[in-house]
Structure formats: structure tokens, C-alpha cells
Design a protein around this ligand. Structure first.
Ligand code: ADP
Length: 260
């Protein structure tokens, strides 16, 4: 399933991910009520909505950082994992490998160099040869303009550079799906552009991505599908021009009026 070249997305087309009726509660707080998400290979999905509507939780459920209470998640070529039933360790692991997350606060290990941060997953978790992982990491760093930062520590990098390392770290896992959790919201405004540019380039190369973002102008530019969530449900979804410019639902209209 993995591509052989981390600089390019897997050369596949058609449906990649089907998530149905995802539910998740934290105590009495039902955060996801019943979320459906269908993504084709090469598609960019922007997940938008007010704070607390459950967007991050959706990403974390797809990536195995949270376990849904119910619903199914199926990637092409893998099992349909039914969280309403007992999920085996093998099934849970089969999902984790398919996607990689880019976090709002980068989540780099502060005491490891840029290179060590990037090869940690491929070498320690995926058991790939160290030499090959280093070579891939170097190519990926060069591609985002950070070749010379290889041996630096994260605290010597700007926020924008750290986030570009975060993106490289995700790509190095050779996932089928990239998940971005508000990738620019921790950045000073003048650093947002360099990160959005990298994400745009990935979109042009046809990486499959789900991006949680408040940057609606960016979502309109880059997304094939916009999904608007509020209160743990999908209120509206569709082409960016429709959802963001001409929403059908009053809740969507109020949200986009505030942000655009
Ligand atoms: P969004 O990304 O749309 O801002 P989140 O998915 O982060 O929304 O959060 C949705 C709700 O779930 C919030 O009320 C948040 O406080 C709650 N929540 C998220 N993660 C946890 C957790 N690990 N424990 C308890 N509550 C959580």
C-alpha cells in the first residue's frame, strides 16, 4: 500500500476512506454524534466549523489517537473497522498506518534534531532501514527549503520552519492520507504563508488531505470538498463555492459571514 517515493503521493484513484456514523463522547459530552466522511484519493477536504464542534476529534479518530465509541472506518484495501463491536489490536493498527497527522503546535521532540524527529516514526515504528529513512528525510527537507536545518534543534527554528518539519515528518511516514489540525493557527501572521504554500503544493501533487482550518479563503482555494461541522454533526458539505459562498443552511451562513 505504501508508495515507494515519499516525495510523491500513492498513484491511486477512487474512494480512499469511508467513515460512517462516527460517534465519540468524553464523559457526558457527546462530541461526535454521527459523522460520515467519504474521501477519494487526491482529494482535499477542508473541515471547518466553530471551536468545539468536534473537528479535531474527527481527525484523531481517523488517526487512531482516539477510539470512536461507534461507527466504522475503512480505508481502501483494508478492513472495515467497526467500533460498535470489539476492535482487535490488529484492526486498530491497520488504521494507524494509513494516515499521518500535522499538529497545530508542531509536536516536535524538543531534545532531538530535525532529522531525528523525522526518522523516528519510519525507523522506530515502521522498522524501515535507517539509511533509507535518512535519505528520504533529506530529500523531503530539501523540498521544503530546510536542507540546511537537518542537524538543528526545533527551538532554533521559527514557527513556520517547525511546522514545515512537522509536514515533512508526516510525509516521511508515507501515509495514504495527511491530516492537518489547524496547521497555521499557532503561527505569527507573517509565517502563515510559507506553510500554506507547502500545503498548496501538496494539493497540486494530489496528496489526499483533510485540513481543519479557520482560513476560509485558503479552504476555498485548495479544497475539493468543504465539510461544515457544528455541535458534533455535519451541517453541510459540498463544493467550496457552494458551502462557503452560497450556503444552504443558516448555521453555515452565520459562520462564514463571521470569518470571510
Ligand atoms: P474543534 O476541533 O472543533 O475545536 P474538538 O474536537 O477539539 O473541537 O473538541 C470538541 C469537544 O470535545 C470540546 O468540547 C472539547 O472540550 C472536548 N474534548 C476534546 N478532547 C477531549 C478530551 N480528550 N477529553 C475531554 N474532552 C475533550
Amino acid at each position: 500500500m505504501s508508495p515507494t517515493d515519499p516525495l510523491h503521493p500513492p498513484a491511486t484513484s477512487g474512494p480512499l476512506l469511508a467513515a460512517t456514523a462516527l460517534q465519540k463522547s468524553f464523559g457526558d459530552n457527546q462530541v461526535l454524534k454521527s459523522i460520515d466522511l467519504n474521501i477519494d484519493s487526491g482529494q482535499v477536504v477542508a473541515l471547518v466549523g466553530p471551536s468545539g464542534s468536534g473537528k479535531t476529534t474527527v481527525l484523531r479518530c481517523l488517526n487512531g489517537l482516539e477510539t470512536p465509541d461507534g461507527g466504522t472506518v475503512a480505508f481502501r484495501g483494508g478492513p472495515s473497522v467497526d467500533f460498535g463491536a470489539k476492535v482487535t489490536k490488529k484492526e486498530a493498527l491497520s488504521l494507524r498506518d494509513r494516515s499521518a497527522m500535522v499538529f497545530q503546535n508542531y509536536n516536535l521532540f524538543p531534545h532531538r534534531t530535525v532529522l531525528e524527529n523525522i526518522i523516528e516514526g519510519p525507523v522506530q515504528v515502521q522498522k524501515r532501514p535507517r539509511k533509507e529513512s535518512v535519505a528520504d528525510a533529506e530529500r523531503l527537507l530539501a523540498r521544503v527549503g530546510l536542507a540546511e536545518k537537518r542537524d538543528d534543534y526545533p527551538f532554533n527554528l521559527s514557527g513556520g520552519q517547525q511546522q514545515r518539519v512537522g509536514i515533512v515528518r508526516a510525509l516521511a511516514l508515507q501515509p495514504d492520507l495527511l491530516l492537518f489540525d489547524e496547521p497555521t493557527s499557532a503561527l505569527d501572521p507573517e509565517l502563515v504563508g510559507e506553510v500554506l504554500t507547502v500545503i498548496k503544493e501538496l494539493a497540486e501533487e494530489k496528496w489526499t488531505m483533510v485540513i481543519v482550518t479557520h482560513e476560509l479563503a485558503f479552504a476555498r482555494e485548495v479544497a475539493d470538498q468543504v465539510v461544515f461541522m457544528d455541535g458534533g454533526v455535519v451541517v453541510e458539505r459540498g463544493h467550496p463555492d457552494q458551502v462557503l459562498r452560497n450556503p444552504r443552511e443558516e448555521r453555515t451562513r452565520r459562520f462564514v459571514q463571521r470569518l470571510l
